[in-house]
Ligand binder design. Structure first.
Ligand code: GLU
Length: 430
């Protein structure tokens, strides 16, 4: 199963709005524009052709990207997506989010992101393998366990990571599997990595609810997305005693104000491939799901879902962004006006890269942790990161939102590192 969503709809504005929020954060922190200059463009952006022989003997030359945004905190880190709509600007914006994510959660990594512009849904498994290996052959010289460490993202998974690790080992003549994370356990993967994004999201949702005095037991939750992130987050929230009133996939959703049995729903989805045909529930659209009467809304599927057009319909008190970029800037503005706490993606879905970090640490010292250890460290990191960011937001961002607070908190840490590394000759502040 792929790391994240079933579809994506990133707009060309994603890079622009990311840059404008970074600039605004630097200004609000009263920092030198030099900090913004370092964050404005990726350190390195590589575009490479990936020639692949298809099963019918034809050759397809796919375009691929790797954006290495900023490595002031450590090696570049971030997923690789296989998607027909990926663009250079999208990959750049996503790599910037990784820089912020790693900074605020406290993993010693910089931000990176990659993509192959292809449609894996139309490929055979062997074709997908050739694309994965081709990507590493094209990009291998800029990757490395101490340089840039890819991971799964949209439509890539543990198997893709294993092929990439194998190709890298062949190229470099050394099987150092720490070059990618999110691998299968048999080749140096970490237990709990596959559900780490959901687990992290749930720890964050619990902290956010506690902060707003919403008892988690009995809290009404709606989840957009029934894939690896959304489906598992719903299951875990149910285990926490929440009432999951709605869940959806790319085709639509289901609603039951009395609470769904997520175990049964996921079993149905597994056997039929869809959420349709479950008795005793109301079938709803994705738009209706976002507008459900609930306490916590977890958009964990597509990007650009909560927009200027529908944000006013959101009734949840907390939005926890399991997906990358589910809320547009216009949507954000309306949620803020309606006093809805939005825990931003860079915070809410950072569980994935956090357990990637644990995987890399284990690969580096040649030892593997058990699940209890992984989970304990993940919980601690998530709770600490949430409280750091929330505290900073309350102190410094009155009248603003938690996304701005998270950006500012992350940029503050990045700027401190830049200063110590001698990148800011004129100091951090203006
Ligand atoms: N693709 C995931 C993300 O967007 C995980 C990245 C990683 O583990 O490096 O956070």
């Amino acid at each position: 199963m792929s790391e994240k969503v079933e579809e994506k709809t990133t707009t060309d504005d994603t890079l622009k709005s990311t840059l404008s929020l970074i600039k605004q954060s630097v200004e609000e922190l009263e920092m030198s524009n030099d900090v913004y200059e370092y964050l404005r463009v990726p350190n390195r952006f590589v575009e490479a052709a990936v020639p692949v022989e298809m099963d019918d003997g034809s050759i397809n030359v796919f375009t691929s990207y790797r954006s290495q945004h900023n490595n002031v905190l450590g090696p570049f880190k971030g997923g690789i997506r296989f998607h027909p709509d990926s663009t250079a600007d999208e990959v750049k914006a996503l790599s910037m989010w990784m820089t912020l994510k790693c900074s605020l959660v406290g993993t010693p990594f910089g931000g990176g992101k990659g993509a192959v512009v292809c449609d894996p849904r139309k490929m055979s498994i062997r074709e997908k393998e050739r694309v994965s290996r081709g990507y590493v052959r094209a990009m291998g010289s800029v990757l490395g366990p101490e340089t840039d460490i890819p991971a799964p993202d949209v439509y890539t998974d543990a198997q893709v990571m294993a092929w990439m690790a194998d190709e890298y080992a062949t190229m470099m003549r050394e099987p150092n599997f720490g070059v990618v994370t999110g691998k299968p356990i048999a080749v140096g993967g970490c237990v709990g990595r596959e559900e780490a994004t959901s687990r992290g999201c749930v720890y964050i949702a619990k902290e956010a609810a506690r902060t707003l005095d919403i008892p988690i037991k009995g809290a009404r939750v709606a989840v957009q997305g029934a894939g690896n992130v959304g489906g598992f987050a719903a299951l875990l929230m149910e285990e926490e005693g929440c009432k999951i009133v709605g869940i959806s996939d790319s085709r639509g959703g289901i609603y039951d104000p009395a609470g769904l049995s997520i175990k049964d729903v996921m079993a149905h989805k597994k056997s039929t491939g869809s959420l349709e045909g479950i008795s005793g529930v109301k079938e709803i659209t994705n738009q209706e799901l976002l507008a459900l009467d609930c306490d916590i809304l977890i958009p964990a599927a597509m990007e650009n879902q909560i927009t200027g057009k529908n944000a006013a319909d959101v009734k949840a008190r907390i939005v926890v962004e399991g997906a990358n970029g589910p809320t547009t800037p216009e949507g954000d503005q309306i949620l803020k006006e309606n006093d809805i706490l939005v825990v931003p993606d860079v915070m809410a879905n950072s569980g994935g890269v956090t357990v990637s970090y644990f995987e890399w640490v284990q690969n580096n010292y040649g030892f593997s942790w058990d699940f209890a250890t992984v989970d304990k460290h993940l919980r601690e990191k998530m709770v600490e990161a949430f409280n750091n960011v929330y505290g900073f937001y309350c102190e410094r961002c009155i009248g603003s939102d938690m996304r701005t607070g998270a950006y500012m908190y992350a940029i503050k840490k990045l700027a401190e590192a830049m200063q110590y590394r001698g990148w800011l000759r004129n100091g951090i502040y203006t």
